[in-house]
Design a binder for this molecule. Structure first.
Ligand code: PAF
Length: 278
């Protein structure tokens, strides 16, 4: 496994590499969700690259950029064990040198829900991923379904900019009690951790209501809301079109139940697909 720090080293390392090349973009602090993406990339690609970069552009001024978990040495052990060929781990000034000014704006899909709560977040995600795609030139790139709006944004970017990269999305990996894996779960204390699965239960309740024939989003969401109790504080719970993140007052599958809630100073997000029934 080679670990490289600048774009020229990436290009040199990947010259003549076997194709297809799979890329798993990460911010490090790897967990089983990342490893599932890497395993899938390993299974279906001739070579696998992973980027490890905590991207300041996608954090707001009052967010957790400084305290975001960093575990570089441990990550490298896991990546080597997972059979990764190349790790790209630039520092911030390599990614954004003085004078850096270009941004990729994904438009309305990046302005709703997470985009409204975190202005500039998806612009930061779209910009860094476009740079990673340009530097590494993968054939396929892998993302977790947990960050569903990020997936919708990146689909838009890959399509609109004709990047010719296949975007592969894998189901959310969950703890046995339903909590979606996230590097930010490390912030939860014991009481918050015990309360955290309620968000997934709320989304499940929405999906069940729809499965039982409810088509009115407001009524389906009320079923979910009943699961969100103290200490959890709802931020949003809704049903949207998974491609645009436009809310669906009348639910037409395939749709996506999405939710976010605070537990102390940690905000969780999660989602559950609402599949079309035949
Ligand atoms: O999902 C993440 O970890 C990040 O948003 C990503 C895609 C690596 C971009 O920084």
């Amino acid at each position: 496994m080679r670990v490289v720090r600048i774009p020229a080293e990436v290009r040199a390392a990947l010259t003549g590499v076997s194709r297809p090349l799979g890329l798993v973009p990460t911010m490090g602090a790897l967990h089983a969700g990342h490893l599932a993406l890497i395993r899938r990339a390993r299974d279906e690609s001739a070579a696998v690259a992973v980027s490890v970069f905590v991207n300041p552009l996608q954090f707001g001024p009052n967010e957790d950029f400084e305290r975001y978990p960093r575990a570089f040495d441990d990550d490298m052990v896991q990546l080597r064990d997972a059979g990764v060929d190349l790790v790209y781990a630039p520092d911030v000034t390599t990614m954004y040198p003085p004078g850096f000014a270009t941004a990729v704006d994904p438009g309305p899909v990046g302005e709703r829900y997470e985009g409204a709560l975190r202005p500039g977040h998806f612009r930061g995600v779209a910009t860094v991923c476009t740079k990673l795609f340009a530097t590494i030139a993968p054939d396929r790139t892998y993302f977790g379904a947990k960050d569903a709006q990020q997936v919708a944004v990146l689909r838009r970017v890959v399509t609109d900019l004709d990047l010719g990269i296949e975007l592969i999305v894998l189901p959310t990996v969950r703890e046995s009690d339903g909590l979606a894996l996230s590097s930010r779960n490390a912030y939860l204390d014991a009481e918050q951790r015990a309360a955290a699965p309620a968000l997934h239960r709320a989304l499940d309740a929405i999906v069940t209501a729809v499965r039982n024939g409810e088509r009115n989003a407001q009524r389906a969401v009320e079923r979910g809301r009943a699961e969100l109790q103290t200490p959890m504080r709802e931020v949003y719970l809704d049903v949207v079109d998974p491609r645009t993140f436009v809310p669906e007052p009348e639910i037409h599958a395939p749709a996506l139940a999405i939710g976010s809630a605070w537990l102390g100073t940690t905000r969780l997000i999660d989602n559950e697909p609402i599949e079309a029934t035949s």
